[in-house]
Design a protein around this ligand. Structure first.
Ligand code: NAI
Ligand code: MG
Length: 493
């Protein structure tokens, strides 16, 4: 029976140079379903040798062969076909994503649709990358040309697996780069499903390579590889810092998206019902495993007691359950590691502040990495639960007296990814918009994200911007071309 169950586990292969392959060492590692704690699949464990193979394929595809000959229009059409294919396979992709990451199926469906939209958006952008004529004071034609950076190493996290792959791959392909993508070890499956669409869409071998492995043994050699020109990373601040250092040796271009401790700020004049929903959605969406989670909830003193009470009462009604059930509003955390980490912050919070809701694992669910939506209040902004990224459904509610104090607390963090303000006073909201040190500021909402608008952080939340025209910029070099139009000989000597 045990061996029968084992043989039912699907073995995926990874994708190098247009082929599905095993790792050089023929090793596999298990992928866990976080709602059952059981193995749902196995994927190849890539090591440095596999990294070398993948980078060699990407290098060759960039330097010679069909890819450098493609037109922007060709690349656009490939991206449109990928978008169409994702839409066609959406139900299957959403199911795999939901099972593998633990996110509710309804949220997974949104993510898959967003991934398709991202490929479509950059399909359109491929033909809108423009050069320029520079008005130099000479009888010359001065041009700036935009060219692809080269081979991009793309390392992504587990919270939005296929969507993060789309944010990285789509602009890189549009720009004419080649890619080695490393999904997070916890959630490699939708990226490997997606690999199966690339050749059908007309992408030449080697342009996109997808390798599965761990950070130290696969991610680190990828970042160090001298044939890689650019590293795009989304993940933890500590790994981001290590990547930036490693990239320095060969002066790779780097973009980092490193999460945060984003303030969600509620003034007394905000619409109360919307505010409560906005606070819950801001911090609990995707089990709180969101880089822009509104994990610090700042509330004006005059509404503070009522706010904490209403928010906590509603948090207790959030339906936890199996991710594939459509009624589920919160699934398990992605992994045992993340579960342990969030549980330890729940316990720390009980020492640092007062508990209003949750605080443990749900009593009614006996297996799976579930934790309760948790709200701490009377939190001091200097407490660890207010300063450190928890990346789980744990909110720190902090009171403030006035606008100046709200702003001071909001900005008192090493991070600067996102912030939100809730108020019906447009002047106050706009003053806050200008003064907040964050890359994304929402007013009377939190979390809506659009491929047309820039995404990225201030301060230690990273640098570079994804999405929109900013996203493709990060995959382009600028070449100056000077064409002398004087027919007379030029000379100094
Ligand atoms: P992580 O930063 O270790 O993992 C993200 C990606 O980086 C994965 O693909 C991983 O394999 C890779 N990686 C790890 N070490 C590497 C290295 N030395 N060189 C190159 N690549 C490497 O994040 P982890 O450990 O999964 O989560 C820990 C915490 O990080 C979370 O609790 C959360 O606070 C934060 N995080 C933030 C994310 C964001 O979206 N900003 C996403 C995931 C995690
Ligand atoms: Mg890690």
């Amino acid at each position: 029976m045990a061996s029968e169950a084992k043989s039912a586990v699907r073995r995926y292969r990874m994708y190098i140079n247009g082929e599905f392959v095993e790792s050089a060492g023929k090793k596999y590692f298990p992928v866990i379903d976080p709602s059952t704690e059981e193995i749902m699949a196995e994927v190849p464990e890539a090591n440095e040798e596999d990294v070398n193979r993948a980078v060699a394929a990407a290098r060759a595809a960039f330097d010679s062969g069909a890819w450098p000959q493609t037109t922007a229009q060709d690349r656009g059409r490939i991206l449109f076909r990928l978008a169409e294919r994702i839409r066609k396979e959406a139900a299957k992709l959403a199911e795999v994503e939901s099972r593998n990451s633990g996110k509710p199926i309804v949220e997974a469906e949104y993510d898959i649709a967003d991934a398709a939209t991202c490929f479509e958006y950059y399909g359109g952008m491929a033909t809108k990358v423009l050069g320029q004529v520079n008005p130099v004071p000479d009888n010359a034609l001065s041009l700036s040309l935009r060219e692809p950076i080269g081979v991009a190493a793309q390392i992504i996290p587990w919270n939005y697996p296929l969507l993060m792959a789309a944010w990285k791959l789509a602009p890189a392909i549009a720009a004419g780069c080649t890619c080695v993508l490393k999904p997070a070890e916890q959630t490699p499956l939708t990226a490997l499903e997606f690999a199966g669409y690339l050749a059908d869409a007309g992408l030449p071998p080697g342009v996109v390579n997808i390798i599965t492995g761990f950070g130290e043994t696969c991610g680190a050699p990828l970042v160090k590889h001298p044939d890689v020109n650019k590293v795009a990373f989304t993940g933890s601040a500590s790994v981001g810092k290590a990547i930036m250092k490693a990239a320095a040796d060969t002066v790779k271009r780097v973009t980092l998206e490193l999460g945060g401790k984003s303030p969600n700020i509620f003034f007394a004049d905000a619409d109360f019902e919307s505010a409560i929903d906005g606070a819950l959605f801001g911090v609990f969406i995707n089990q709180g495993e969101v880089c822009s989670a509104g994990s610090r909830i700042l509330v004006e003193k005059s509404i503070y007691p009522k706010f904490v009470e209403a928010m906590s009462a509603k948090a207790k009604t959030i339906r936890l359950g199996p991710p594939l059930e459509r009624e589920t509003k919160m699934g398990p955390l992605v992994s045992k590691d993340q579960f342990d980490r969030v549980r330890s912050y729940q316990e720390l919070g009980k020492k640092e502040a007062k508990l209003a809701a949750g605080g443990g694992r749900p009593a009614s669910i006996s297996r799976g990495y579930y934790v309760e939506p948790t709200i701490f209040y009377d939190v001091d902004n200097s407490a660890r639960i207010a300063q450190e990224e928890i990346f789980g459904p744990v909110a720190a509610v902090i009171p403030f007296a006035d606008e100046a104090e709200a702003l001071r607390i909001a900005n008192a963090t090493p991070y600067g990814l996102a912030a939100a303000i809730w108020s019906r006073d447009i002047f106050k909201a706009l003053r806050m918009v200008k003064a907040l040190r964050a890359g994304i500021v929402w007013v009377n909402h939190m979390q809506p994200t659009y491929v047309e608008a820039p995404w990225g952080g201030y301060k230690q939340s990273g640098f570079g911007r994804e999405l929109g025209p900013w996203g493709i910029e990060e995959y382009l070099e600028t070449k100056q071309v000077h064409i002398n139009l004087n027919e007379q000989p030029i000379g100094w000597y």
